[in-house]
Design a binder for this molecule. Structure first.
Ligand SMILES: C[S@@+](CC[C@H](N)C(=O)[O-])C[C@H]1O[C@@H](n2cnc3c(N)ncnc32)[C@H](O)[C@@H]1O
Length: 319
């Protein structure tokens, strides 16, 4: 393998990725080359005339080739930026998307609001059983959050980091996802406030949490099964299991809304990420399950992306 400068390797990688149909060829090439060389992307440009060793050149070529075959970028580097966090990610676990940061913003806003906080204290005072968390008895006043379908832990970890006193339950049907989420929590020093549970959310959520949860957050599988074949190869070939929302994309919501109705405290909130065009159907389901609408939040593309619902608070004594 002949010796080439960083600039030459970058330029040929960008050309290769562009020809392979990658929509962000320069960005992807920079990220992969930085990853191999252990440099920041800015440093690449400061060291354009460096010569790569044959081993470095070969490592870059392998990653660029795989990316050209539409293998997801984040699986190649093993990490993903989400909010202010860098999370470990691996094939088999859904890669968090920027839209979901909006859900986290909403969750942090709800949990930080003094109006919401005072309703928690009021409700807790009538609760005879303190909520259990990983074998510890928690004092009243700490908000309890469920992240249903946590994946690598993006929502659970972001909320736990921003809201210092909350207790989070992170659930996923995939044992691999939960192992990864637990790894990410340990890396960030957040494992003490997060309980990880593997299995179907309806079956594994501890019964003692019924009526005591303050916030349920979920970015569920919501893509119609028949639409998956039309998605970009990166998503279609590597993430189908995590996004399959059944025949009409609503299968998961049909189970999640009644579940949240049971587990939320009166006045507690449900934050759901939804797909484009699903808002009316979800509102219909919300009406059927006696939720009231708090708000609909749009993503940067102007698409209705997050639905914020509240469990009606006519029965505070349920908690
Ligand atoms: C679209 S991914 C979202 C992952 C993560 N919340 C995020 O935003 O990056 C949906 C997740 O739900 C999980 N899931 C699917 N069905 C589930 C079920 N019945 N119970 C618990 N988790 C489930 C999948 O394994 C997957 O990790």
């Amino acid at each position: 393998m002949s010796e080439l400068t960083l600039k030459e390797v970058l330029n040929s990688s960008v050309r290769y990725l562009a020809e392979a149909g990658i929509s962000t060829p320069r960005q992807d090439a920079e990220i992969l080359i930085s990853h191999v060389l252990g440099l920041s992307r800015v440093d690449l440009y400061l060291n354009f005339h460096w010569t790569l060793t044959p081993q470095e050149h070969q490592a870059v070529e392998e990653l660029i080739r795989e990316r050209g075959q539409r293998y997801p970028l984040q699986y190649l580097t093993g990490e993903v930026a989400f909010g202010g966090l860098i999370l470990r990610i691996e094939p088999g676990v859904f890669i968090p998307r920027p839209e979901t940061e909006l859900l986290v913003e909403c969750a942090v806003g709800v949990l930080g609001s003094s109006e919401f906080r005072s309703s928690i204290v009021r409700a807790n005072s009538s609760c005879p059983f303190p909520v259990m968390n990983a074998g510890r008895r928690t004092g009243s006043g700490s908000p309890v959050v469920l992240d249903v379908g946590t994946g690598c832990g993006a929502i659970a970890l972001s909320v736990a980091r921003e809201v210092k006193d909350c207790l989070v339950y992170a659930l996923d049907i995939s044992a691999q996802a939960i192992d990864l989420a637990r790894f990410n929590a340990q890396k960030l020093g957040l494992q003490e406030r997060i309980t990880f549970l593997v299995g179907d959310f309806v079956q594994i959520t501890p019964a003692e949490l019924r009526g005591k949860v303050d916030l349920v957050a979920s970015n569920p599988p919501y893509i119609k099964k028949s639409d998956i074949a039309r998605l970009e190869p990166e998503v279609r070939d590597y993430e189908a299991a995590a996004i399959d929302g059944g025949k009409d994309g609503l299968a998961y919501f049909r189970r999640l809304l009644p579940f949240a109705q049971q587990f939320l405290a009166p006045g507690g909130q449900l934050l759901l990420e939804i797909g484009e065009g699903q808002v009316q159907e979800i509102l219909h389901l919300a009406e059927q399950t006696s939720f009231e609408l708090v708000g609909i939040h749009q993503d940067l593309g102007g698409i209705d992306r997050i639905i914020q619902l509240r469990k009606k608070s006519h029965c505070l004594n349920q908690r």
